[in-house]
Design a protein around this ligand. Structure first.
Ligand SMILES: Cc1cc2nc3c(=O)[nH]c(=O)nc-3n(C[C@H](O)[C@H](O)[C@H](O)COP(=O)(O)OP(=O)(O)OC[C@H]3O[C@@H](n4cnc5c(N)ncnc54)[C@H](O)[C@@H]3O)c2cc1C
Length: 660
C-alpha cells in the first residue's frame, strides 16, 4: 500500500525505498531513548546494563549520528582523573565565578556537577569499548602535556590537568558496537514526532512516543515505562541555507528542535529559551579549517603577513617569553579555563588584547597566519594530527583533504580569513548580522530538569544538550549515563503504560498531511519564511509589541504555508515535520522572551521596553509551559538546584540522587 505519487518532473530522482505510509509498528520498551547521539548512546548502555529492555530511536544512523558523530578531541572537566589538581567542588566554584549565573558554557548546576563527577568515568567506559583516551603508542613520549605514568594527555591548563586530549574520531562506531553487544534495540532513520501521555493529556505521565521512518514512511508507536529525550537543542531558527549546512558549523543539521517541541507539546516546563546569540548564519569557514589559535588550535603561534610574530600575554598583560607559559596559570592564579568570555580569575594566556588596534595602527599587517612550523614538534603534532584529525568535522574535510592536497604542518602556515581586525585571529569563527542568531551555543535552554534529570513530567528524563547541559561531549556522556540510572529505576516500579489511541490518530493526521496534498509549497520555502519571522520579530532588539506580532506571524505561517506544504517522499516529509518543530520551538522562544520583562547581559537579551539590564528582581529563571494549550508562566531561583527542597551543596544533592 502506498500513497507515493509518481515523480513530478523528469529531474526528480526516483525514490529508492519501498514506501508504506499506512503501516504501523508498535514497539515496547522499559526505557525508550529518543535520539541516539552521545547522550542517548551512553544512556542506552547504562540502562541496558541495569537489565532494562532498551529501545533507541534515531533520526539518522546511530553509528555516526549527532554532533559527536564526527569526533571529539578535548574532554572537559575530567576532574576525577588521577592527574587532575581540581576537585569537582573547585571546578563548580570556578564555573560560578563566570558571573553568568545561568551557567553559559557549562550547562546548569546539576548537569555541570554531574559532568565534573562523571566525565572521567565516561572516558574509562569508552576506553573499555576501544576508544583511545591515552597516548598508547607513545607518539608524544616526553611531551609536556603528557603524564608519563598514565599516558593521559592534557589540553589548555597543563598545571591542573582537567581537560583531556582524546582520540575520538571513532567514538560513535565504538558506542554503536557496544549498544549492539548489549542487545539494545535500535531504530535508525526513524524521526520521533510526539510524546504520548497518559489519557492523551498535556502534563500527564509520558508513556511513549510516535515516529515515522524517513525512508519507508512507516509509522511507529513506541510504548515505554520511562523515556529519555536526548535530541539536542533547536538550531536553524534564524538562518537557513541548504548549501551551507555541511562542515561550516558547530551545530548538527539534525538538531531541529523536535525534542524541545515534543516536550513542550506534552506540557513540560521549559526555561532559558529566551537566550540566543549572534551566529555566522552558515557563512563561516569549515570548523578548524582556517588558521587560528583558539580551541583546538590553542595556543598556536600567529604571525602577520610579513612573518612578524604576534606576542602572547598572561591575564595581566605580562608578555610571555616562551610557548610553554601559554599553557599554565599565571603567577598566583589557581587554574585556567578555556572558552569565550572567561572572567579574569580564570583567564588563560592570549594574544595581545589590543591586537585590533595594533593592526589599525600598522604594527601588524593582515592577513595573519597560524605558524605551525615554528611550534615545538609535540605541540605542532598535537594541534595538527591529534586535535585536528579527531575533533568533530576535521578528520576528512580538514586533516585528510589538506594533507592530500599537500599541506604539511612542518613547513606550511595556514592563513586566517581576512576579517575585521577584532576577529583577525579567529579562523572563521566570526559572526554574521545581529539578526542571524542561534539559541545559545552552550546551554540553549529547554525542559527544566531536577536532580534525577527528570523533567516536570512523570516518566520523562532529559540528557545531553536537550537537558541544557553544557555543549560538550563529557556533559552529554555523563548526563546520559546518569539519566539512565534514574530512568531504569523508575521503569522497574512503574505501572504498565497505556497508549491513548485518539492521541496517536491525531498525530498521524498531523504528520502525514503533507504527503496527502498534491499542490503547495516545499519545505525550503517554509523554512526560509520561518527564519525571516525570527529575524524580524525575535532579533537583537525585542519588545512586547514586536514579539506579539511575531507570534501572530508564526500563527499565520502555521495556518497558511505550513498547512499547504507538500512532501513528495519520506525525506521531504521529515524536512517538513522538522519545520513544524521549528515553528513550535520559535513559539517557545517568543513566549520565553515575552515572559522576561527585563534586559539581561548574560542572556544576551535586549528588551527595548525594559532597558534596565539585570535588575535584581529579575535575577531568576522564567519558566513557561503549556496547560490545555494555554501558556503558563512561572519562575524559579537561578540556582534552583541548591534551593529548597534541595540540599545547599552539590555534593549532598549528588550523593542523595545519583544512585537510585
Ligand atoms: C564540530 C563539532 C566539534 C565538537 N568538538 C567538541 C569537543 O572537542 N569537545 C567537546 O566536549 N564537545 C565538542 N562538541 C560538542 C559535542 O559534540 C556535543 O555537545 C555532544 O555531541 C552533544 O551530545 P547530545 O547527545 O546532546 O547530542 P547529539 O550527539 O547531537 O545527539 C542528538 C541525536 O538526536 C538525533 N535526533 C534529533 N532529532 C531527532 C528526532 N526527532 N528523532 C530521533 N532522533 C533525533 C540526532 O540525529 C542526533 O543523533 C563538538 C561539536 C561539533 C559539532
Amino acid at each position: 500500500m502506498t500513497n507515493y505519487e509518481e515523480p513530478v518532473s523528469e529531474n526528480t530522482i526516483e525514490w529508492p525505498y519501498p514506501i508504506d505510509y499506512e503501516k504501523e509498528n508498535e514497539i515496547s520498551a522499559d526505557v525508550l531513548i529518543l535520539g541516539g547521539g552521545i547522550a542517548g548512546c551512553h544512556a542506552a548502555i547504562n540502562a541496558a546494563k541495569r537489565g532494562a529492555k532498551v529501545v533507541v530511536v534515531e533520526k539518522g544512523a546511530v553509528i555516526r549520528s549527532g554532533a559527536g558523530g564526527a569526533g571529539v578531541d578535548h574532554w572537559h572537566a575530567a576532574c576525577t582523573n588521577p592527574c587532575s589538581k581540581v576537585t569537582p567542588e573547585e571546578m563548580m566554584e570556578a564555573v560560578e565565578a563566570f558571573g553568568d549565573y545561568y551557567y553559559g558554557e557549562y550547562g546548569n548546576g546539576i548537569t555541570c556537577y554531574i559532568l565534573c563527577r562523571e566525565s572521567y568515568d565516561t572516558l574509562l567506559d569508552l576506553e573499555k569499548m576501544g576508544v583511545k583516551i591515552r597516548d598508547e603508542d607513545d607518539d608524544f613520549k616526553g611531551a609536556e602535556f603528557r603524564d608519563e605514568e598514565t599516558k593521559l594527555m592534557f589540553a589548555y591548563d597543563y598545571e591542573n590537568r582537567h581537560n583531556i586530549r582524546v582520540q575520538g574520531a571513532e567514538i560513535k562506531p565504538a558506542l554503536y558496537k557496544e549498544l549492539k553487544r548489549l542487545g539494545v534495540e535500535i531504530h535508525d532513520r526513524v524521526m520521533t514526532t510526539s510524546l504520548l501521555t497518559e489519557g492523551g493529556k498535556q502534563g500527564a505521565r509520558v508513556v511513549g512516543a510516535t515516529g515515522f521512518n524517513v525512508r519507508t514512511g512507516e509509522f511507529y508507536v513506541f510504548k515505554a515505562k520511562s523515556t529519555i529525550i536526548s535530541m539536542g537543542r533547536p538550531s536553524g531558527l534564524w538562518a537557513f541555507s541548504t548549501e551551507l549546512i555541511g562542515a561550516q558549523g558547530l551545530e548538527e543539521p539534525n538538531w531541529t528542535g523536535d525534542g524541545s517541541a515534543m516536550a513542550w507539546n506534552a506540557g513540560a516546563e521549559c526555561a532559558l529559551m529566551e537566550r540566543s546569540g549572534p551566529s555566522s548564519g552558515g557563512f563561516r569557514y569549515p570548523s578548524y579549517g582556517a588558521g587560528n589559535c583558539g580551541n583546538t588550535w590553542y595556543a598556536c603561534n600567529m604571525v602577520d603577513a610579513n612573518g612578524k610574530e604576534i606576542p602572547w600575554v598572561d591575564r595581566d598583560g605580562r608578555l610571555l617569553k616562551n610557548i610553554s607559559e601559554r599553557y599554565y596559570p599565571s603567577t598566583g592564579q589557581r587554574l585556567t579555563l578555556y572558552g569565550p568570555n572567561i572572567p579574569y580569575e580564570l583567564r588563560g594566556a592570549s594574544l595581545v588584547p589590543d591586537l585590533a588596534e595594533r593592526i589599525r595602527k600598522g604594527e601588524f599587517t593582515l592577513p595573519l597566519y597560524a605558524d605551525l612550523p615554528s611550534m615545538p614538534v609535540h605541540e605542532r603534532r598535537a594541534i595538527f594530527g591529534l586535535m585536528v584529525a579527531h575533533e568533530g568535522k576535521t578528520r576528512i574535510p580538514i586533516y585528510e583533504n589538506y594533507t592530500q592536497a599537500g599541506f604539511d604542518p612542518d613547513k606550511d602556515m595556514l592563513q586566517t580569513p581576512i576579517a575585521p581586525p577584532e576577529r583577525a585571529h579567529m579562523g572563521g569563527m566570526g559572526m554574521g548580522a545581529p539578526q542571524w542568531r542561534e539559541l545559545a551555543f552552550c546551554s540553549g535552554g529547554g525542559p527544566v530538569i531536577n536532580w534525577d534529570l527528570r523533567t516536570t513530567l512523570e516518566g520523562l528524563y532529559a540528557a545531553g544538550n536537550q537537558s541544557g547541559a553544557g555543549s560538550n561531549h563529557g556533559a552529554a556522556a555523563a548526563t546520559g549515563r546518569y539519566s539512565a540510572r534514574k530512568a531504569a529505576a523508575y521503569a522497574k516500579s512503574a505501572k504498565e503504560p497505556v497508549i491513548d489511541r485518539n492521541q496517536v490518530d491525531q498525530e498521524k493526521l498531523r504528520v502525514y498531511a503533507p504527503v496527502k496534498r498534491k499542490d503547495g509549497g516545499g519545505w525550503k520555502e517554509l523554512q526560509a519564511g520561518l527564519c525571516r519571522i525570527m529575524q524580524d520579530y525575535c532579533g537583537e532588539h525585542k519588545s512586547e509589541a514586536i514579539l506579539n506580532t511575531g507570534l501572530e506571524w508564526l500563527k499565520s505561517i502555521s495556518e497558511s504555508e505550513a498547512s499547504n506544504t507538500v512532501a513528495r517522499n519520506p525525506h521531504e516529509l521529515m524536512r517538513t515535520v522538522e519545520c513544524f518543530s521549528r515553528i513550535t520551538s520559535s513559539e517557545m522562544v517568543m513566549h520565553a522572551c515575552l515572559a522576561r520583562k527585563a534586559s539581561s547581559r548574560p542572556l544576551n537579551f535586549n528588551r527595548l521596553d525594559y532597558p534596565e539590564v539585570d535588575p535584581p528582581e529579575w535575577n531568576k529563571l522564567v519558566t513557561t509551559r503549556l496547560d490545555n494549550g494555554a501558556v503558563v508562566e512561572g519562575e524559579m531561583p537561578i540556582k534552583y538546584w541548591l534551593s529548597a527542597p534541595y540540599a545547599p551543596t552539590y555534593k549532598e544533592n549528588y550523593e542523595e540522587h545519583s544512585e537510585p
